[in-house]
Design a binder for this molecule. Structure first.
Ligand SMILES: [Zn+2]
Length: 227
């Protein structure tokens, strides 16, 4: 067999098929909350030294418990923000060590990614139970580590492109109001955004949260969904 075809088949089995399986079929990675009017705000890519605190202020104002999928190498220097998240009742999940795609990394890299991230979190007193891979990409060893550390893989069913450089506050607001429905697991971003993207995410949420509250939605975090 042509070596290139063989390499492609291995790559397909290693990461493309596992990623496609979870991203397309969403088997057990988006909890069906049924017709309960429950929705979950989740935030990826932080901790951000500027915006995460502002987001926490907004969530506190409306007494909303959310879920933060944190990039572990952002914790250093932001330990107080992490402590604040915990003390204000948010769920802390993991979003890898340094936000690399699992499609292109080895077994050893994946193993070290999980081990180091979980150690960083443990040193801050946080026991990680939920994992969201960057871009939703996984490889076979991502799954192995998720199983080994007894984590729950969480994806999303609402994503509005709030991280994009050109996404305006109005666009984010309109897409959220259009797409959110009972049972939505909403993926937003409080870090890594281009051109102050998290600022626009927060501004959009300031407009959207009161509307959703008026509609009767209840905001839940992963802990209240899974425990
Ligand atoms: Zn991410």
């Amino acid at each position: 067999m042509n070596i290139l075809i063989l390499a492609f088949i291995i790559y397909l089995l290693y990461s493309l098929l596992p990623t496609a399986y979870y991203k397309w079929f969403k088997v057990d990675v988006v909890r069906d909350l049924g017709d309960t009017c429950k929705i979950a705000l989740t935030f990826d890519d932080g901790i951000d030294g500027i915006y995460t605190d502002k987001l926490l202020d907004l969530l506190l104002k409306y007494d909303i418990k959310a879920t933060f999928f944190i990039v572990a190498n952002t914790v250093m220097g932001n330990e107080d923000i992490l402590k604040r998240m915990v003390s204000e009742g948010h769920t802390i999940g993991l979003h890898s060590l340094e936000h690399k795609t699992a499609l292109l990394v080895s077994h050893m890299y994946t193993k070290d990614d999980f081990r180091t991230s979980i150690e960083i979190m443990k040193r801050c007193g946080v026991d990680i139970r939920y994992y969201r891979p960057p871009w939703g990409h996984i490889n076979l060893f991502t799954l192995k580590n998720i199983y080994q550390y007894n984590l729950k893989l969480i994806l999303w069913n609402v994503m509005v492109g709030d991280w994009k450089k050109r996404a305006t506050v109005e666009e984010i607001e309109n897409r959220l109001l259009r797409d959110i429905d009972s049972g939505s697991i909403i993926c937003l971003h409080d870090g890594r955004g281009r051109d102050e993207a998290p600022k626009r995410t927060i501004e959009a949420l300031k407009r959207v949260i009161p509307v959703l509250k008026d509609k009767g939605y209840e905001f839940v975090n992963m802990e209240s969904i899974y425990e």
